[in-house]
Design a binder for this molecule. Sequence first.
Ligand code: TYC
Length: 104
Amino acid sequence: MSQRNPELEEGIKPDSDEEVTEPPMYKVLLLNDDYTTMEFVVEVLKYVFYKSLEEATRIMLNVHRNGVGVCGIYPYEIAETKVNTVDALARERGYPLKCTMERE
Ligand code: TYC
C-alpha cells in the first residue's frame, strides 16, 4: 500500500525559518602554456566541458591571450572530476596543459 509522503507533494515549502543553501560552486580554470596545441585545447573543451566548437574556440583563444580562463562553474565534485579528466588526457598525450579549480 502506498503512503502519502507530504515532502514530495507540490506546494510544500520549507518552514520560513529554515535556511535553504545552494552548494558552493567552483570555477574550473585552464592555464596557458607554449606547448599544448590549440586543437587539443578545443577538443578538451568540447568533450570534457560540452562546449560547441565556437564556444570552445573562444575560450581557448581567451586563455591563449590572457594566460588563464574559466571553462565552467560546477559543484565541487563535478569540478574536481573535470580537472582530473583534463590532467589525465593531457598527460596521456604528453602535453603540459594545466587545469585548476577555485571557489567562486
Ligand atoms: N598557447 C598555446 C599555443 O600557442 C595554445 C593554448 C591555449 C595552450 C590554451 C593552453 O590552455 C591553453 N599552442
